[in-house]
Design a protein around this ligand. Structure first.
Ligand code: PLP
Length: 404
């Protein structure tokens, strides 16, 4: 299989697997006072120090979680619940489902939410975010980079503007850790989320950085783990794997991403040559080096994904199937695409384990896959027309699972 879906998740690095193997026999509960417990406590605290060093944070600012979604819930519920005087949240329309669904849930308990629009390239204007901030704004949530189109956002500027207006700044960096260097000591970010499985670490491990000066309420209550902010026995092997994966990613960041960018650019150039009508989505100037989101007008992204899958290529669509109806990507819709255009979106996302030969193979496979969709879609459309089916929902409702 050619795996070009690394923004959904990444293969585990052998080095991370080895770090997990080394600690898996240490079964003591890190909260126990006996020697077995002290041993795993030492592992967890060493990992906390190593992760803090990698992102220029303080160890006490790192709170381990089960992944990105939990970290995001803690950031937003922790800041806004129970509703207090400052009960306003600002988010952008292109955040991941885990932020958008949480914002909607918070609205149900009395939090005011402002949704900031993006332009046709999916870019976020810091001044537009600033204009949404009110005296009662508790938190501004803007992701560091977008998982679907790869846009990297001006979070330093946005953080400065939020800070100047007395609002907290939460940044979802799930797609950025391991792809770009982040030095929190030099960034005006109050809270930041990360997930290990996006940088060749294990699933089920992540963390929330919370700046010392930022006060959050716990969501999971119980034991006093993670400075009382996240109760529950720590995932020691997951934490060890995540730490090894992040260290590895950062130690080879420049080398890996020079290669990845060249592969992505070759892929984009090849697609442009094969399909001059192809439209590339996002901001080419400020984009993750590994991400390519595009559409071939009139070609269903879903159908193309299935045909590529049959040919052994894993990609991702800007749409997903929910109870039989196709929902277009909320990100592409926010950029002003029509539902039909958005349903043509396809994403390739690469990693350091991809090769030039794989890119050439995908460029070889793609024309046939597209031809099959074009042939198939005409027939399918006719069938649908005859049966009166085929209405596409025009809302921006996300699927139950959202898009990873
Ligand atoms: N935020 C972004 C930008 C993501 O891409 C994802 C995963 O797809 C998440 C949050 C959620 O992370 P997880 O699946 O680890 O809970």
């Amino acid at each position: 299989m050619i795996y070009f879906d690394n923004n959904a998740t990444t293969p585990l690095a052998p080095e991370a697997a080895e770090a997990m193997r080394q600690v898996q026999d240490r079964f003591g509960n890190p909260s126990s006072v006996h020697r077995a417990g002290r041993e795993t406590r030492r592992i967890v605290e060493e990992c906390r120090e190593r992760i803090a060093a990698l992102i220029a944070a303080k160890p006490a600012e790192i709170h381990f979680t089960s992944g990105g979604t939990e970290a995001i819930h803690l950031a937003l519920w922790g800041a806004l619940f129970p509703p207090a005087e400052r009960r306003h949240l600002v988010v952008t329309r292109v955040e991941h489902a885990s932020t958008l669904r949480t914002a909607e849930y918070l609205e149900q308990v009395g939090i005011d939410v402002t949704y900031v629009d993006v332009d046709a390239a999916g870019t976020i204007d810091p001044e537009r975010v600033a204009a949404a901030i009110r005296p009662e704004t508790r938190m501004v949530a803007v992701m560091f980079a977008n998982n679907e189109i790869g846009n990297v956002y001006p979070v330093k500027k946005i953080g400065e503007l939020a800070q100047a207006r007395g609002a907290g700044f939460f940044c979802d960096a799930v797609q950025v850790l391991g792809k770009m260097e982040i030095r929190l000591a030099h960034l005006p970010i109050g809270v930041l989320s990360a997930a290990a499985h996006k940088f060749h670490g294990p699933k089920g491990a992540g963390f929330l950085y919370v700046r010392e000066t930022m006060k959050l309420n716990p969501v999971l209550r119980g034991g006093r783990q993670e400075r009382g902010l996240r109760a529950g026995t720590e995932n020691v092997a997951g934490i060890a794997g995540m730490t090894a994966a992040l260290e590895l990613a950062q130690s080879r960041l420049d080398r890996d991403f020079r290669k990845i960018r060249a592969l992505r650019d070759r892929l984009q150039g090849g697609i442009g040559e094969l399909f001059p009508e192809a439209v590339f989505h996002g901001d080419p100037e400020h984009r993750l080096d590994n991400t390519l989101n595009f559409r071939i007008p009139g070609v269903s992204g879903e159908a193309l994904l299935l045909n590529l899958d049959l040919a052994g290529v894993a990609a991702s669509v800007g749409s997903a199937c929910d109870s039989g109806s196709l929902d277009p990507s909320h990100v592409l819709m926010a950029m002003g695409l029509s539902p039909e255009e958005a349903l043509s979106g396809l994403r390739f996302s690469l990693s350091r384990y991809n090769t030039e030969a794989e890119v050439e193979e995908v460029l070889r496979i793609l024309p046939e896959a597209v031809a099959k969709v074009r042939g198939g879609s005409a027939e399918a459309l006719e069938r649908k027309r005859e049966s009166g089916e085929g209405k596409v929902s025009d809302g921006v409702r996300q699927t139950a699972a959202g898009r990873p």
